[in-house]
Design a binder for this molecule. Structure first.
Ligand SMILES: [Zn+2]
Length: 196
């Protein structure tokens, strides 16, 4: 018999955990893992980096609760200056994973009456995967309007050559003029004046 009391196990670049051992313990038994993910895809081309945290699994009668605390960073595009910057995040949540197969008999266990397709499950190999809920929780922890912060040079830094278009220069110039009308003109005039 192994005991894991006193020291945390490590999950490195891995989000699936085999809980067969935990399911053999008494209800209320728990395990703690240190989580390290160098890169964790969030979908839509977003990737969380240097994700560090702690996962505590607690056995219930027919489920395992994962209490997760993580922090890391996600390179995001600033809505003002369109630069890519590192957005830090921190979040904590817990998720219940229902046991689907009896550990000893291998018999399938009945789903609970309130269960739906979003219920997280422990699979037939007695593994649970943190990935899907972790992905959603990190996305929720990110700002709706990513902003690189005090160092942001602001929309005035928007260079016409960064505006995506396949039209000719005339349209681009018109667009730049429109965009610049209320924010850039003064600066621009000043610069033009002093420049020559
Ligand atoms: Zn910015």
């Amino acid at each position: 018999m192994t005991t894991d009391r006193g020291h945390a196990m490590e999950l490195r670049n891995e989000t699936a955990i085999n809980v067969a051992g935990l399911l053999r313990t008494m209800t209320g038994g728990s395990r703690t893992y240190e989580l390290h993910l160098d890169a964790f895809p969030l979908g839509d081309g977003l990737i969380a980096r240097d994700v560090e945290g702690e996962v505590r699994l607690t056995r219930l009668r027919d489920a395992v609760i994962a209490a997760v605390r993580v922090a890391g960073r996600v390179p995001l595009e600033c809505v003002r200056c369109l630069r890519i910057y590192d957005q830090s995040f921190a979040t904590e949540y817990s998720e219940e994973y229902r046991q689907t197969v009896d550990l000893r008999s291998g018999a399938e266990l009945e789903p609970k009456s309130d269960e739906d397709e979003d219920t997280a499950l422990i699979d037939e190999n007695h593994e649970l995967d943190l990935a899907e809920t972790l992905r959603q929780e990190i996305l929720v922890a990110l700002p709706m309007r990513p902003d690189c912060g005090e160092i942001c040079p602001g929309p005035g830094s928007l260079r016409p050559d960064l505006v995506e278009t396949d039209e000719g220069d005339a349209r681009l110039a018109a667009l730049a003029q429109l965009l610049g009308e209320d924010s850039v003109d003064e600066e621009k005039l000043e610069r033009d004046g002093s420049g020559g």
